[in-house]
Design a protein around this ligand. Structure first.
Ligand SMILES: [Zn+2]
Ligand SMILES: [Zn+2]
Length: 329
């Protein structure tokens, strides 16, 4: 029996030595009676070293797989190991090494999103609720998010390039019921965040460490989900404390209830903001009641003096009218 097993192993090792050089992207690093070690390369990000160990009962026992990678996370490697163990069990009694090598290589080819598994897990855990969706499209290396807040929703598709993280993720909005103006802002900011992850700043600060491209999926999606969709879907106008967006998306709103997004990012009703800007005091400028930042808005570039004069004029007119009413009574 012993002899038989060692002969089987010997013949498998011979087969491995012949076969591995014919598999693209796989390098045989060691081929010994105790273990076989190979490096499997699919892309710069999707590569690993596999240590395939034989127990004393092999091939009646399944192969024991260990994986190491500089680019893939421990969690992902643990997952692949579990799959390998299950796969090896299907082939006990047979040659398993080449089967397992091909299994791992195919996994890496068919799951290009495995390079962002930690970022996706973090997004799901920290930011998405049960009503939201996050679907991985491995074939096209894309992730489709559908994120809701009250009556508002946005779904978007994120493409992860092969060169990720050296190249940034790309985004496309699929469905959206936020006002067009907000959608444009959300998208513009998201693209900019992703770009900054991989492109060095134009103005370099000599004190900064050398620029290194960073993973852009999480920062971009976090911004869209947390700072845009989840925030504005339930943001109140800081002046009247009612929801800034109409409770019914897409409903026609009166002009005074249209939203204005000001410099600091807070949303106001047009009517509330106009009244606030036209009411004294003016001298020190106008500040956002929610965050205390000064209100700048292209539409209201009016000096405190002019605002003061307008206010005085309006007051005078109201006094005149009041006097007329008094006179009539
Ligand atoms: Zn308001
Ligand atoms: Zn503010």
């Amino acid at each position: 029996m012993e002899v038989c097993q060692s002969e089987l192993l010997e013949s498998e090792l011979t087969y491995v030595k012949q076969k591995v050089p014919t598999i693209e992207g796989v390098t045989l690093e060691a081929c010994l009676p105790a273990f076989v070690r190979v490096h499997i390369y699919v892309s710069d990000q999707r590569q690993l070293t596999a240590l395939l160990q034989f127990t004393s009962k092999y091939p009646q026992d399944p192969l024991v797989t260990e994986l190491k990678s500089k680019t893939l996370t421990e969690k992902l490697l643990d997952g692949i190991i579990k799959l390998c163990d299950a796969e090896a069990k299907k082939y006990v009694g047979q040659k398993q090494v080449i089967l397992i090598i091909n299994f791992i290589k195919n996994f890496l080819i068919e799951n290009p999103l495995c390079i962002v598994n930690d970022e996706v897990a973090k997004l799901k855990k920290e930011l998405l609720s049960n009503d939201d969706e996050c679907k991985l499209k491995q074939k096209s290396s894309q992730i489709v998010f559908k994120v809701k807040q009250e009556q508002y929703l946005m779904s978007f598709k994120v493409s992860v390039p092969v060169e990720y993280p050296l190249k940034q993720v790309q985004i496309e909005v699929l469905d959206n019921n936020f006002p067009e103006m907000l959608k444009t802002i959300f998208l513009g900011q998201a693209v900019e965040i992703a770009r900054k992850c991989v492109q060095p700043p134009l103005k370099k600060n000599p004190k900064d460490p050398p620029f290194e491209p960073k993973a852009s999926l999480y920062p971009m999606c976090r911004h869209l989900i947390e700072d845009c969709i989840k925030r504005y879907g339930k943001e109140n106008c800081p002046l009247c404390n009612e929801r800034a967006l109409p409770p019914n998306p897409g409903a026609t709103v009166e002009k005074k209830n249209r939203i204005e997004r000001i410099y600091c990012g807070h949303l106001f009703h047009l009517g509330c903001l106009k009244t606030y800007l036209k009411t004294p005091p003016f001298a020190a400028g106008k500040f956002c009641p929610a965050c205390g930042k000064q209100i700048f808005h292209e539409k209201w570039k009016v000096s405190p003096e002019l605002q003061e004069a307008r206010w005085a004029h309006k007051q005078a007119r109201q006094r005149e009218l009041a006097e007329v009413v008094d006179f009539l009574e």
